[in-house]
Design a protein around this ligand. Structure first.
Ligand SMILES: NC(=O)c1ccc[n+]([C@@H]2O[C@H](COP(=O)([O-])OP(=O)(O)OC[C@H]3O[C@@H](n4cnc5c(N)ncnc54)[C@H](O)[C@@H]3O)[C@@H](O)[C@H]2O)c1
Length: 336
């Protein structure tokens, strides 16, 4: 069985080049969302605590079964720990044997941003030039880079309640092709923006901005409203926008759409990818991708990284499971 550490994942991305990796990832996600009916899917199993959540996210086709263990602990960063860390496993459906265990912390940020990019291709205006990003923590650079890769972004306006997070964001993205503009508050950041990403972490109901603050035709990519009782966008906004989710059963409990009903969801992302439903239909509608993170996205990146690790001979093969001459003689392992 292969073990992929964070160093192996860094090596894979460096070898391929970040841009090539992202391009492949968006394509892999698009291909997998396009074959949505091929997958066995379910809403994730979430265990809630007063200060956070721990989740298990399974998904399978006829070849591979994957699951991810992931958490969300917004107060962790006050104590020098990441808000979100993750580990994933990929198994053979034919035998049920695990084939790979991998760190998924970086992979979660990448797949979340790439899924957002895929949604934006259908929901944002092609000529989007200004991006506002609210919440400049661990996910923020990934969100920005993917959207700037897919759209002709000229200006990124950013705001976080923590000034140090803003400085980190600007330092990491210095030298980009777009201009970076720090803002004093949310209102300044979103004023006239073509696209808005909300990536804040707080275990409470927030309303970062109201409908009347938005320019016509804005696209909103909300990734921080992803747990019961944890939202960023107002009910009024959700009721008046074209809202697309990943998986209705999961999103209606966890997304910003939890404030409304399933009838207020316009479509699931796969329906746009398969052209069953139209994406953006004019230049004035407000569109929202209410992202909570779905297990298929983890399946896509885990199968992709497994292929790359084999191709590049990266990762460590580990004898974690018993290898027996007689598979019925498990007790033989303990016979002296
Ligand atoms: N949808 C998905 O698939 C997905 C995937 C990963 C993370 N997430 C969610 O995305 C959010 C961000 O994750 P992260 O790893 O970047 O967290 P993080 O803790 O690293 O960063 C969050 C940032 O939000 C800022 N913030 C909090 N409230 C704010 C407010 N009202 N205005 C402006 N800034 C505010 C914090 O200061 C912090 O810098 C979390 O809520 C997380 O659960 C969603």
């Amino acid at each position: 069985m292969k073990i992929l550490t964070i160093s192996d994942i860094q090596a894979i991305i460096t070898t391929l080049g970040f841009e090539d990796f992202l391009r492949r990832l968006v394509k892999t996600l698009e291909t997998d969302f396009h074959r949505w009916p091929d997958f066995q899917k379910s809403a994730r199993q979430a265990t809630h605590f007063a200060h956070g959540v721990i989740e298990l996210m399974p998904c399978s086709d006829q070849e591979y079964y994957t699951f991810k263990y992931v958490n969300g602990h917004p107060e962790n960063t006050d104590h020098g720990k990441l808000n979100v860390v993750a580990i994933g496993q990929l198994s053979s459906v034919a035998t049920g044997y695990p084939l790979m265990i991998s760190d998924m912390t970086l992979l979660t940020a990448l797949r979340t941003a790439a899924t957002g990019g895929l949604a934006a291709k259908y929901l944002a205006r092609d000529n989007s030039q200004s991006l506002a990003i609210i919440g400049n923590g661990a996910q923020s650079e990934f969100q920005t880079i993917v959207l700037a890769h897919l759209f002709p972004i000229r200006e990124v306006r950013y705001y976080d309640t923590d000034y140090k997070a803003m400085v980190k964001f600007a330092t990491n993205l210095a030298g980009s092709a777009f201009a970076l503009k720090p803002c004093l508050n949310v209102a300044e950041a979103i004023h006239g923006a073509d696209m808005i990403v909300t990536a804040t972490a707080a275990k409470k109901k927030q309303c970062l901005f109201t409908l009347d603050q938005l320019a016509p035709g804005t696209y909103i990519q909300g990734i921080g409203g992803d747990c019961p009782g944890k939202t960023e966008l107002s009910r009024e906004l959700m009721m008046n926008a074209k809202v697309v989710v990943e998986h209705t059963l999961q999103s209606i409990v966890e997304g910003d759409i939890q404030q409304c009903s399933a009838a207020d969801i316009y479509a699931e992302l796969w329906q746009l990818v398969c052209e069953i439903k139209a994406g953006r239909e004019n230049n004035t509608e407000i569109t929202v991708f209410d992202s909570v993170g779905f297990a298929l996205e983890d399946f896509s990146i885990l199968t992709m990284i497994y292929g790359l690790a084999n191709e590049l001979q990266l990762g460590t093969d580990f004898e974690l499971l018993p290898e027996l001459d007689n598979p019925k003689d498990l007790y033989g392992l303990l016979r002296s």
